[in-house]
Structure formats: structure tokens, C-alpha cells
Design a protein around this ligand. Structure first.
Ligand code: CUA
Length: 229
């Protein structure tokens, strides 16, 4: 069910998403202050009675209202750059997951563990159980350990796709012939949903992503079960 909470960003499940939310709030606060100030000035102009026939230029005020906005922009630019470089940092990942975009499903490979691989298709609406999420649940979930650095390699087999998980602050394009890399850290257990976010064709909206975040001992169990079968 959609609620008011869906208007904003999802609750973060990773330190990077937490930082992204902080930056969003920071930028929005500056935006609100500018909007309020400019709206107030424009509104007050309607009631202005002062006229000065000899006022043709004002060096000082022009100086102020040129430099001040530039300084305000720096307060957005520096935190933005800090985040940009933070998102790209790779911190000795303990697990690597490779995800390959296809028209229209994702396939995954756990290259560290004898290359466990599987496809992940969306569950069609008519096959959905009552507790399933329509257009969001998949037949084979990605299982990943919480509290560990995870590297994700993204590519595609046909057209450009995008591997996107809002709660983790991850969005990487999968491009044919390229291998893109990013990393994240999940700080709680649970299910994290995502969708392809690159317009990849007629069924673009039917290739969701589901991550099952579990404690590390459960992850090891899952891996060994899959290795034996
Ligand atoms: Cu794959 Cu959109």
C-alpha cells in the first residue's frame, strides 16, 4: 500500500545511503531558504512605492548579489563532491557478486564460490501469493551477508540496463561490453527491493531486483547448500 512515506526516500540500509539522505536534506534546506527569500522579495515588489529617478546603477549591491549565490553554491558543491568520491571508494570487499542484465531478467554469479549462478525472474501477477509484492518479487533472490563489504560487478548481455537498489544507495548501469563496479555495506537484515532503471525495452518494468540480507552464518549455510546441489 502506498503511504505518505513513499513521497520521500526509503529508509537507508547502508552507510552510503545514510550520507545521501543527509546530503538531500542539506540541499533541500538551502533550496527552501532561497525560494522563501526570493518569493518574499517578489511578493513585496507589488507593494513598492519608492521611486528614485536618479538611481541608475549600484556597484556594491551588484557585487553582493553576484558573489553571494556563488558562495551558496559552494556549500552544495563541496559536500556533493565528497559524496561522489565516497561512493566510488572500494574497501576490501569480502564478497563479490556479478549481475548481468538481460531482456528482461537479471542473472547473478557468485564468482568467489565456485561460480554459483542463477537467473532471477519477476513473479507474474497471476502467480503471486497474498504476501508477495506485485511487479517487485522475484523467483530467485540474491542472498548477501549483512555487516560486510560487498562488491558488485554489473554488465549486460543485450541492451543497457541499470542495477538499482534505493535503500542501499546503489545505481549502476549494466552496459554490454563493459564491466562496472561499485560496493556497498548492508547494515541490517531484511529484504531490499530494486528495479532496473534504464529504459531497456518493452518489459523494462518487469525486471526487479530482490536482495535477502542475512547474518553471515546464514549466508555461509546458503553458499554451502548451493555448492552441494
Ligand atoms: Cu532493464 Cu530497464
Amino acid at each position: 500500500m502506498s503511504t505518505w512515506a513513499n513521497l520521500g526516500l526509503q529508509d537507508s540500509a547502508s552507510p552510503l545511503m545514510e550520507q545521501l539522505i543527509f546530503f538531500h536534506d542539506h540541499a533541500l534546506l538551502i533550496l527552501v531558504m532561497i525560494t522563501v527569500l526570493v518569493s518574499y522579495l517578489m511578493f513585496m515588489l507589488f507593494f513598492n512605492n519608492y521611486v528614485n529617478r536618479f538611481l541608475l546603477h549600484g556597484q556594491l549591491i551588484e557585487m553582493i548579489w553576484t558573489i553571494l549565490p556563488a558562495i551558496i553554491l559552494l556549500f552544495i558543491a563541496f559536500p556533493s563532491l565528497r559524496l561522489l568520491y565516497l561512493l566510488d571508494e572500494i574497501n576490501e570487499p569480502s564478497v563479490t557478486l556479478k549481475s548481468i542484465g538481460h531482456q528482461w531478467y537479471w542473472s547473478y554469479e557468485y564468482s568467489d564460490f565456485n561460480n554459483i549462478e542463477f537467473d532471477s525472474y519477476m513473479i507474474p501477477t497471476n502467480e503471486l501469493t497474498t504476501d508477495g509484492f506485485r511487479l517487485l518479487d522475484v523467483d530467485n533472490r540474491i542472498v548477501l551477508p549483512m555487516n560486510s563489504q560487498i562488491r558488485i560487478l554489473v554488465t549486460a548481455a543485450d541492451v543497457i540496463h541499470s542495477w538499482t537498489i534505493p535503500a542501499l544507495g546503489v545505481k549502476v548501469d549494466g552496459t554490454p561490453g563493459r564491466l562496472n563496479q561499485t560496493n556497498f555495506f548492508i547494515n541490517r537484515p531484511g529484504l531490499f527491493y530494486g528495479q532496473c532503471s534504464e529504459i531497456c525495452g518493452a518489459n523494462h518494468s518487469f525486471m526487479p531486483i530482490v536482495i535477502e540480507s542475512v547474518p553471515i552464518n546464514y549466508f555461509i549455510k546458503w553458499i554451502s547448500n548451493n555448492l552441494n546441489s
